[in-house]
Design a protein around this ligand. Structure first.
Ligand code: SF4
Length: 486
């Protein structure tokens, strides 16, 4: 994906599609330094959210929560030098946009209620938040955050069920949408994945530890090699009596987020039981086969998001692959760049052409997706200024046209360039010699189990009810009804 400058709001040279969080949890049969252990999976999941980080862990018969705005390395590094014996803990990294980056929304959330002491870290978005929250609000509930995650805790506490576990199952059947989450209840660790399986979640075992994490890269860092996916609709409870797994009664067709494979997950991860790198290469290869003709001399990725797909494209097209753009990994997403020249500077700070690679060449530039087109326009100009003879932009996903209600931040419909322009018109707008997207059919063909995926941001066909009418969707009014999400 292009690392876009937000034209509409005149700020932020950051990515235009945002992840909404990563989660991790650890249970150990005997006390270990749980906060220190949690640091590493959260560090590995940093790409899923850079705005805040936090952990919660048991210390004796109490729960300690530490969380703040900032990256894992700054918020949680204190735990690398101190020993805290514990058996249970969870952690969270968070990205936020709609509700703003408010400290009260930082997770894990922690409550003491009639079901006991509970902490919760959530990745996803509860799509019926508005209806449930309005009901609770009218009945007198007080909300301290704008996060849909707090709703789950309200529902848990209000349940008349006899036990925490029964209350949890009852709560999970009331909410719709995407929820991969970890909870602690007293000394136990719980992992939950929604029945559609929108967001990934993995469970692994090493020595006395059971580790839960959004992606396998977070297990790898702890050398956890024995793992499996938490299945859609599965609820796993881990405590001193062992591990138990149940399934929620509702078992719909799975709808895993295809964008996890296209862009969000780390290429060295497995999500949905496939290698992310391999899936992206396959998408790039499909893109090349659709192109067919001889359009380029060299394949150049937009790093890092387009790298795997570009390798797949180059292999399938039998063209050389090279890094014609370098990425500065120290450029953050916190710039305020209101003018065109400053936006260009922000892009230059992140991505810069390697003249020796591209001069005189017909460049096939590969990225994962196109959102507003702002950065693509700047990149094409930079590459042409560096001497490229032609620039052909290839995107390893279909045109994004619709918002997401399941945990990914996508700009409003009017901001998405594919809602206004055809690929040829986009090429003209951004100064490229051609622009082509991977078709939805070819995307499906490149997946192992295509019927198990959600494609709603491309097709507008949502697998569950969304909180807007078709008219409201067309009118771009989603932000008035959506809460902040994890
Ligand atoms: S709408 Fe798009 S981003 Fe959202 S869950 Fe579906 S595929 Fe993923």
């Amino acid at each position: 994906m292009n690392h876009e400058v937000d034209e509409a709001h005149g700020q932020a040279a950051g990515p235009s599609l945002g992840h909404h969080c990563g989660v991790a949890g650890i249970f150990s049969r005997s006390p270990i330094n749980i906060p220190e252990k949690l640091f590493f999976p959260l560090f590995a999941l940093q790409h899923r959210g850079q705005e805040s980080a936090g952990i919660a862990y048991r210390k004796g018969d109490q729960t300690v929560v530490y969380k703040d705005l900032g990256m894992v390395s700054s918020v949680l590094s204190r735990y690398l030098t101190e020993t805290r014996a514990s058996t249970t803990g969870i952690g969270h990294v968070r990205y936020s946009t709609h509700g703003g980056n408010k400290v009260e929304n930082v997770q894990p959330l922690h409550v003491v209620c009639n079901k006991g002491e509970i902490t919760l870290a959530h990745n996803g978005n509860i799509s019926n938040t508005h209806a449930l929250k309005s009901m609770l609000f009218d009945e007198g509930s007080i909300f301290q955050t704008s996060s849909d995650t707090e709703l789950l805790l309200h529902l848990l506490s209000r349940s008349r069920a006899a036990s925490f576990y029964e209350a949890l199952i009852e709560t999970l059947q009331m909410v719709e949408g995407a929820f991969s989450m970890v909870l602690t209840h007293e000394d136990s660790l719980v992992a939950v994945r929604d029945p559609f399986g929108f967001r990934p979640l993995y469970i692994g075992w090493k020595d006395e530890m059971t580790v839960i994490a959004s992606e396998t890269c977070a297990l790898d860092i702890l050398k956890v090699s024995d793992f499996r996916s938490v299945e859609p609709g599965e609820v796993v409870v881990i405590d001193h009596e062992g591990e138990r797994s149940d399934f929620l009664p509702r078992q719909p067709q799975h709808r895993q987020c295809v964008f996890e494979l296209i862009y969000f997950a780390r290429p060295d991860s497995q999500v949905f039981d496939v290698s992310v790198h391999t899936a992206r290469k396959q998408m790039g290869a499909s893109l090349a086969r659709a192109d067919g003709s001889d359009i380029g001399d060299i394949v150049v990725p937009v790093p890092d998001s387009g790298t795997s797909a570009a390798i797949g494209y180059a292999e399938a097209a039998n063209l050389p692959f090279d890094f014609g753009l370098t990425r500065n990994h120290y450029a953050g997403r916190s710039f305020i760049m209101p003018t065109t020249s400053e936006r260009e500077l922000a892009v230059r700070m992140k991505l810069h052409p390697v003249r020796e690679v591209i001069e005189g060449k017909r460049v096939v530039l590969v990225d994962d997706s196109l959102v507003r087109g702002t950065t693509a326009r700047i990149l094409v100009r930079l590459i042409k200024e560096a001497g490229a003879a032609e620039v052909h932009l290839r995107l390893s996903s279909p045109e994004i046209r619709w918002p997401c209600f399941f945990g990914i931040d996508i700009p409003t419909r009017s901001e998405l360039i594919s809602n206004h322009l055809t690929p040829d018109e986009i090429a003209q707008r951004i100064g490229a010699d051609s622009v082509r997207f991977l078709s939805l059919d070819l995307l499906r063909e490149s997946l192992v189990a295509p019927n198990d995926f959600c494609y709603a941001c491309f097709s507008g066909r949502y697998p569950v009810n969304v909180p807007l009418t078709p008219e409201e969707l067309m009118a771009d009014s989603r932000e008035v009804q959506m809460g902040d999400h994890a």
